[in-house]
Design a protein around this ligand. Structure first.
Ligand code: GLN
Length: 534
């Protein structure tokens, strides 16, 4: 039977509940426990797949093809947990399931209500994950901020679970904020007291408080928070701002959070000093030997979270090469109006991430051309691979009208187009080519040098494909088809001959990169960028 940790957040959003949950997972793993993590999202979308990055940030894709919240990315990067569609529970999913059952007649004779039907469905969904994974501890993060109407059914569900599971089997962790008021020269505890008060009004008593703060908290302040929030003195944990997110587990460790959790859950395990993480991840991040500048050309560069996994994977590639990666974000739409060679001057590597729709496409094509002609390492991911194909068709193969049918429906040279099976699709939710597919990598390619194996598996999220009609003629002109889907023959990786490093992949390698195990393509991209710059 798994034990549970329920993580809630109060005062304001963006407190880093996801990273806090992931860090707790990391700490427990280092103590020899198996963990899994669940994110509960209070919105009505069944999944975030249909939301714009402006609304939601990145959509993170799991091996089983679920389009999920980006916090699942943190969970997979920090821990060894393998997550699936069931690890992201949304209000939409819960209602969909309850209403489907109601129509089938499963609740015949009853009035279907939020309590108990919705809350029971939430509880069942949480328990199902912990059972399927057979873990020691299940960490459940509740999205939103205490006080939101939307999250109330989730909070009621975890309240009931905590009561049903009893002492030593479940814990409530509340992430809160201690705002620092400059003029007063101190952190204020009142918002935390109010937030805990709100929690207690709905029947949830926090066992541990993670207090986000800019400045260190004194013992007196901790004691005061403990007294007014009714938690143990040792359970007021300082969650101080850190430069790198990967420092968070170390900072929690310093506060004794893992030992406290183990004590409260009545688990006995040997201590672990997190040396590998400290030296090989955080140490290298803080004291790199080299520096490298990577330009990311995309439509959503102004948003912090739109390319989350890409930015993280670049940092991981840097860690693997002992280099600090400075990411320069270039707005592709803006690039269309500027001189490319001016704007991209200084780039040691250029990356074009995934994307949808025709905005900024021509700017991206110019960026690829600039990388190709100037021998700058290029990494195109999903849309970035499709853009590289279009650029190659137009400028090398002289197919002036080459494009993707995503941007021009009846284009003359559809070098990127829809598969027949996609043409028939009417509903847009969860109908892309999603999740892990196997791919055969050709020897004598940049990709093979990186992966060092022939069969790989990578995650997908796209509708459009390289049009195999053009394969032979492109190969004749110097394109290398370096990866092909083992079953469907779809092109997964394109590369260029006579270039120091030029890789476009239809899949999303960024979802499988970790700070202590950089994805091979990111590692080699950064290596090539360092060579270009050095
Ligand atoms: N818009 C492209 C497609 O659907 C690329 C998708 C992506 O980059 N994730 O195929």
């Amino acid at each position: 039977m798994s034990k549970f940790i329920f993580v809630t957040g109060g005062v304001v959003s963006s407190l880093g509940k996801g990273i806090a949950s992931a860090s707790i997972g990391k700490l427990l793993e280092t103590r020899g426990l198996n963990v899994t993590l669940i994110k509960c999202d209070p919105y009505l979308n069944v999944d975030p797949g249909t939301m714009s990055p402006f609304q939601h940030g990145e959509v993170y894709v799991t091996d089983d093809g679920a389009e999920t919240d980006l916090d699942l990315g943190h969970y997979e990067r920090f821990t060894n947990a393998v997550l699936s569609k069931d690890n992201n529970i949304t209000t939409g999913k819960i209602y969909y399931s309850v209403i489907t059952k109601e129509r089938k007649g499963d609740y015949l004779g009853k009035t279907v209500q939020i309590i108990p039907h919705i809350t029971d469905e939430i509880k069942k969904s949480i328990i199902k994950v912990s059972k399927a994974r057979d873990v020691d501890v299940t960490i459940v993060e509740i999205g939103g901020t205490i006080g939101d109407i939307e999250s109330l059914p989730f909070l009621e569900a975890i309240r009931q679970l905590r009561w049903e599971l009893g002492e030593f089997y479940a814990l409530n962790v509340h992430v809160t904020l201690l705002p620092y008021i400059k003029s007063a020269g101190e952190q204020k505890t009142k918002p935390t007291q109010h937030s805990v008060g709100k929690l207690r009004a709905i029947g949830i008593a926090p066992d541990i408080l993670l207090c986000r703060t800019e400045k260190h908290i004194t013992k007196d302040q901790k004691d005061k928070i403990a007294l007014f929030c009714n938690v143990d003195k040792e359970a007021v944990i300082e969650a101080i701002d850190v430069k790198q997110i990967y420092e968070v587990p170390l900072s929690f460790k310093k506060e004794g959070l893992d030992t406290l959790i183990l004590k409260k859950l009545n688990i006995v395990r040997d201590d672990n000093d997190l040396a590998a993480w400290k030296n090989e991840v955080v140490g290298r991040l803080k004291n790199p030997e080299k520096e490298v500048k990577i330009y990311v050309v995309g439509k959503y560069v102004a948003l912090q979270d739109a390319y989350k996994s890409i930015y993280e994977a670049l940092v991981h590639g840097g860690i693997a090469n002992n280099a600090r990666v400075t990411i320069v974000r270039i707005d592709s739409e803006q690039l269309e109006k500027e001189k490319v060679e001016k704007r991209l001057e200084g780039a040691q590597g250029i990356l074009i991430p995934g994307g949808f729709g025709d905005r900024g496409i021509e700017g991206k094509i110019q960026a690829v051309q600039y990388a190709r002609e100037n021998n700058i390492p290029y990494f195109g991911i999903c849309l970035g691979m499709q853009i590289a194909t279009i650029e190659f068709a137009r400028n090398i193969c002289k197919l002036k009208n080459a494009n993707s049918t995503e941007f021009v429906k009846d284009v003359k040279e559809p070098v990127i187009s829809l598969l027949e099976e996609q043409k028939a699709i009417k509903n847009l939710g969860a109908t892309m080519r999603l999740g892990a597919y196997p791919c055969r990598v050709s020897k004598n390619s940049f990709s093979y040098k990186a992966y060092k194996k022939e069969i790989i598996s990578e995650r997908h999220r796209h509708r459009y494909e390289f049009n195999n009609k053009y394969k032979k003629s492109f190969e004749k002109q110097g394109m290398v088809i370096a990866g092909v889907n083992t079953h469907q023959g779809l092109v997964e990786i394109i590369e260029l001959k006579n270039h120091p490093w030029f890789v476009g992949c239809q899949f999303h390698p960024e979802f499988k990169s970790k700070p202590d195990q950089a994805h091979p393509l990111f590692k080699h991209f950064i290596e090539a960028a360092l060579k270009y710059g050095g």
